[in-house]
Write a protein of this length. Structure first.
Length: 141
């Protein structure tokens, strides 16, 4: 359950979470990313002035991703591969900030649900980033 709201309920495997709680998570997480010395350059160059639109897309993504049933969110791998400078070390930092934010906002079952989904996405991204780096290395004459 959301630490700041007692109306949420659900099982430990698929806790329910309000859209307001997801908005707090997304907003707080991206505030951290934008002020992080390792990540701010990457995210500011990727978003380029459309923060309201990006935050709305991320709220919709996490609403779908964490829902016990319903639409599956769009796979974010392609979008993240377009980020100039994204690498495995930055992904590790990204996930650490996300984990920290989840722990600040939610009790353990809900934080764990978000972390599990984020870890699944991060694993796909790590694989894709590694392949992108290898492709660039092998295509250089």
């Amino acid at each position: 359950m959301d630490k700041n709201e007692d109306g949420s309920s659900g099982s430990a495997l698929a806790p329910r979470v309000s859209e307001e709680a997801i908005a707090r998570l997304v907003d707080r997480f991206y505030a951290k990313v934008r002020s992080d010395p390792q990540l701010e350059y990457v995210i500011d160059n990727a978003i380029v002035g459309d923060w309201a639109g990006h935050l709305a897309r991320m709220r919709a993504f996490w609403t779908a991703a964490i829902a016990p049933e319903g639409d599956s969110p769009k796979d974010p791998v392609d979008a993240h591969l377009r980020f100039d400078g994204m690498d495995r070390a930055l992904l590790t930092r990204w996930i650490a900030l996300f984990d920290e934010t989840c722990s600040e906002l939610f009790d353990e079952p809900l934080a764990a649900s978000f972390r599990m989904k984020a870890d699944q996405i991060a694993e796909k991204l790590r694989f894709a980033v590694s392949n992108k780096v290898q492709a660039r290395t092998h295509s250089t004459p």
